[in-house]
Design a protein around this ligand. Structure first.
Ligand SMILES: [Zn+2]
Length: 418
């Protein structure tokens, strides 16, 4: 048997890299406990065997079925059988040859194999163990899928039935809005992030961006394909498959057919004397809420360049050296936040908000004040903090990479090791 895979980073005291660079920061939404086995997504023999032995995470309008504030809920194949059917009984090529754009197919995404790290909750049949002998060895665990059960289109009624059955008799189970409070336990949050990003991407890419024709989900939900033919366009059922016009997306590797991940920079900028950090406030945030600056990377721009450009555009501050600290996937909808720490140039610390009026305010804030807020006054901009004193700096919670960046600088990330 192959050794169970884990992406979770333990702090290896003995690691050469940890000795030099410090412990790896594992941000919220990252380090899923599932083994994604991405190479098995196109293996129909694997998918066919796995499906009836899998557990399913249901999402309605991109919100997950949860057992509680902290835990996702899973259902077994029995609950979703009528909706899902047996999509992997036909090989992918054959499936595409028989494609019919009139038939709606539920969005089902293979997430990976649970090798035993995460509990599944009631009704998930978690004791089950599935084995698959692949080229590289044996893969063992519980296969996991995400399934969109949003009540819409011709599948609406079937989706409603699945929703009802999934919550029936299981107290506390509900489709939860999890964005506002970030309360899911970290392993569950990471699984949800993958599920949400992929279902959302499938929903948004129903049509080919190269030729405009309908696309269909392939590779177990991780690719969209522009099928070469469509039965809906056939005049007589006996005719050969109706060929669609040629499409560039059918040849070679095209990023128009794969899920996107949008690189974003987020940065804690310190002043040149290393005792203050630059914080900004967006117009829509509550009055005392501040955070680090952030923005999207542009095409043909390095992360370091994007940090310098975004900081200057939003705050007028000129940044010199930039160091990457850690990264965080952010599934709203598909960002990868690259957290950096940068140093302002001594002659470029003046704040100018008028280049790009995105921020209502930006300020240099002393480390002491930042430390106090990190310890006692954090929250998301959307959620009221109980007992928060008016006029006191409020910062993002520890689940946000902004918090981790600020924590790093007030703890002396930028100082030479003694
Ligand atoms: Zn196309």
């Amino acid at each position: 048997m192959t050794q169970p895979y884990t992406s979770a980073t333990e702090s290896h005291e003995a690691s050469m890299l940890s000795r030099k660079f410090g412990q790896e920061i594992v941000n919220y939404f990252s380090s899923s406990p599932l083994n994604r086995v991405s190479f098995l997504r196109s293996n129909t023999a694997f998918l066919r065997a796995a499906l009836p032995r899998s557990k399913f995470l249901l999402l309605r309008d991109l919100e997950p079925l949860a057992a509680s504030k902290t835990t996702l809920a899973w259902v077994g194949y029995e609950t979703v059988r009528t909706l899902v059917g047996s999509p992997f009984d036909t090989e992918q090529e054959e499936f595409l040859r028989g494609y019919d754009s009139r038939v709606e197919i539920p969005t089902l995404v293979f997430l990976g194999i649970d090798e035993g790290v995460v509990g599944g909750g009631q009704g998930s049949g978690d004791g089950e163990r599935f084995e698959f002998e692949g080229e590289g060895g044996k893969y063992v665990g519980r296969p996991c899928f995400a399934l969109d059960v949003t009540d819409k289109g011709s599948l609406g009624e079937e989706c409603r039935k699945v929703q009802e059955e999934a919550v029936e008799g299981a107290e506390g189970r509900e489709f939860r809005k999890v964005k506002l409070d970030l309360s899911l336990a970290p392993p569950d949050a990471a699984i949800f992030a993958q599920a949400r990003s992929l279902l959302d991407w499938n929903n948004r890419n129903q049509f080919c961006s190269a030729c405009g024709a309908r696309t269909v989900s392939t590779n177990a939900g991780t690719k969209r394909t522009c099928p070469p033919s469509d039965k809906a366009l056939q005049k007589n059922p006996e005719d050969p498959p109706f060929e669609r016009p040629p499409c560039v997306s059918r040849k070679g590797i095209h990023n128009i057919a794969f899920p996107r991940t949008d690189p974003t920079v987020i940065m804690a900028i310190i002043n040149s004397t290393g005792d203050k950090v630059l914080l900004g406030r967006q117009r829509r945030w509550p009055k005392d809420f501040y955070s680090t600056l952030a923005g999207f990377c542009e095409p043909a721009e390095s992360v370091e360049d994007a940090v310098r450009r975004e900081t200057w555009e939003e705050s007028g501050v000129h940044v010199g050296r930039v160091v990457i600290h850690s990264t965080q996937p952010w599934p709203y909808p598909a960002s990868l936040m690259m957290g950096a720490i940068g140093e302002a140039r001594p002659d470029g610390e003046g704040i100018v908000l008028k280049h790009d009026p995105e921020l209502e305010d930006a300020q240099w804030v002393e480390f002491g004040q930042v430390r106090r807020a990190l310890e006692g006054n954090t929250g998301t901009p959307e959620v009221e903090v109980e007992g928060a004193a008016e006029g006191q700096l409020r910062l993002p919670p520890s689940t946000a990479i902004a918090h981790q960046l600020l924590l790093a600088v007030v703890n002396g990330f930028h100082l030479a090791k003694p």
